[in-house]
Design a binder for this molecule. Structure first.
Ligand code: XMP
Length: 515
């Protein structure tokens, strides 16, 4: 399949570039900025985009592309830092601005350039830069100016393009058209990216990777692992597919029973429901540090899996996982030496899973999909709306929603509160308007009064966000009445909870989960 690769220099909007390109039907992948393209399979790559960056070219140790990048004989588009990087690398000049150019700026054309085909002159671009290209690189000519600076330049013979503005940002007029002109018209990439195609491709990938061996999938009940379960059952004979659901004791209320029902309806033949509550809660005793909790839970998943699988499968097997593209990115893997580790998602970092990965014994059929694409794929393979539109649930479950030490008692309190919250959202027709909602139990007690008695209850935080793919999130703007009613329902039903607060932090700077 034709693709555009995006080299990530650390910009907040690198993923957005990739999304925009996929949205008009061209497959795109994000790679670390210093990827050696001579060692990468460039067969289907039709063009390269250099992303923006929090760095400037004059900073100490700025990110640089591998020298192979400029030698591929395919079109290249530098965006913001990417443009400055190219200009510098071809002996142009970049200067630091006294005042950052931020926000809207009209673009005037200097010469005709295919990047702007069918885009009216004077369109309003979106700028965000503290440096500016003063002299374009050798072989380049200026093709557009913004109100203050060079907006775009190109090297016609090499088909290298640079733009100072950010076409991926929604505020940029005709931004998508600029990217489309680059990918489709200039690079000639075919619009081959759609879910039907992906489904066919991924089915074949599963068959090849499984290579006739049994495939084991740990099912969490969340959308991702359920979609992987569905894919496995579509691609392989049901005899070859082993689905194992581990009840960690960190699940939502009624979750295990619902999951069992779903999986049976998918035609699962080998379905193992494992009660492992004790095995998870025991090593979590006294542990407060979030990363430590994540590692304990992640490793225990693997231990339980190995203990249990050895009871049912004695031969070599392949492990399947519902790892998403964003999981890989946010764990600082795959992309971006310049991307910071935010939190280790258990399904990526476990050393044992890494070992499976190194042995080539892992199938991760969602590893290049964003969450909303997983949902579309789920619908395509016939999963019900109820499953497909379920809010995401993290692998470590309630373990990362109980701040501080996790205990059975706290799990029960949180499970009950979460059930009330989610049930109310459904009753109020709010569930589908929200991307993810859940409760967080805080390690704080507060004084209250219940009847005439003093109450010293837990503080519970409600979280509800809207998002497209979990990479960024806005707070859901509840009507105050809904919050008030939900809060009193919770405090009236669960005596251990004395106070309810609503988390009004967006991502960034917060993350979606609290730990
Ligand atoms: P954060 O908290 O990183 O969450 O903003 C982004 C999305 O990822 C989910 N999440 C996880 N999913 N394993 C998962 O499979 C994990 O360890 C994990 N941690 C967070 C989170 O619920 C949100 O949807």
């Amino acid at each position: 399949m034709d693709k555009i690769i995006i080299l990530d220099f650390g910009s907040q909007t690198t993923q957005l570039i990739s999304r925009r390109v996929r949205d008009f039907g061209v497959y795109s992948e994000v790679l670390a900025c210093d990827t050696n393209l001579d060692e990468y399979d460039m067969g289907d790559v039709k063009g390269i985009i250099l992303s923006g960056s929090p760095y400037g070219v004059a900073d100490e140790d700025p990110p640089t592309p591998h020298e192979s990048v400029y030698k591929q004989n395919i079109p290249l588009l530098g965006i913001c830092y990417g443009f400055q990087r190219m200009s510098t690398d071809f002996n142009g000049q970049v200067k630091s601005l006294d005042k950052t150019e931020y926000g809207r700026s009209k673009v005037a054309y200097v010469e005709e350039c295919p990047l702007f085909t069918n885009i009216p002159e004077g369109f309003v671009s979106w700028m965000s830069h503290g440096d500016s290209v003063e002299k374009v690189g050798e072989g380049f000519s200026i093709c557009a100016k913004s109100e203050h600076h060079i907006a775009a330049a190109w090297d016609k013979s090499r088909q290298f393009f640079g733009i100072q503005f950010h076409p991926e940002v929604t505020h940029c007029e005709y931004g998508v058209n600029v990217l489309e002109n680059f990918a489709v018209e200039i690079c000639g990439a075919k619009r081959e990216w759609d879910m039907d195609q992906y489904f066919e491709m991924v089915k074949q990938r599963i068959i090849d990777q499984a290579d006739g061996k049994p495939v084991l999938l740990l099912i969490s009940g969340g959308v991702d692992s359920t979609v992987v379960g569905g894919l496995l059952l579509k691609a392989l004979p049901s005899d070859q597919v082993y689905l194992m659901y581990v009840d960690t004791g960190l699940m939502r209320k009624n979750e295990s029973a619902e999951v069992e029902r779903f999986l049976k309806s998918l035609g699962a033949k080998h379905l193992y429901m494992i009660d492992a509550e004790e095995r998870f809660l025991t090593p979590l005793k006294g542990v407060e540090e979030p990363e430590k909790k994540r590692h304990i839970i992640g490793d225990m998943f693997v231990t339980v899996q190995e203990q249990e699988i050895s009871k049912i499968l004695t031969c070599d097997y392949i492990l399947a996982q519902g790892t998403l593209y964003t999981d890989l990115i946010e764990s600082g893997k795959g992309v971006g030496k310049k991307a910071h580790l935010i939190k280790s998602h258990h399904n990526v970092k476990s050393p044992l899973i890494e070992a499976k990965r190194n042995e080539g014994k892992i199938i991760e059929p969602l590893d290049c999909l964003y969450k909303d694409e997983v949902r579309r794929l789920g619908s395509l393979i016939g999963l019900s709306d109820e499953i497909v539109h379920r809010h995401p649930f993290p692998g470590p479950g309630l373990g990362v929603r109980i701040i501080g030490e996790v205990t059975k008692e706290k799990c029960e309190i949180l499970r009950e509160a979460d059930f009330i919250f989610i049930d109310e959202l459904r009753k109020r027709n709010l569930y589908d308007k929200i991307w993810q909602a859940f409760c967080v139990l805080l390690p704080i007690r507060s004084v209250g009064v219940a009847g005439d008695a003093r109450n010293y209850g837990y503080v519970l935080a409600l979280r509800a966000i809207i998002s497209k793919d979990g990479m960024s999130a806005d707070v859901y703007p509840f009507e105050m009445q809904d919050l008030l009613e939900i809060s009193s329902l919770i405090t009236n039903s669960i005596r251990q909870i004395g106070r309810v607060v609503y988390d009004i932090s967006s991502k960034p700077p917060a993350t979606i989960e609290w730990e």
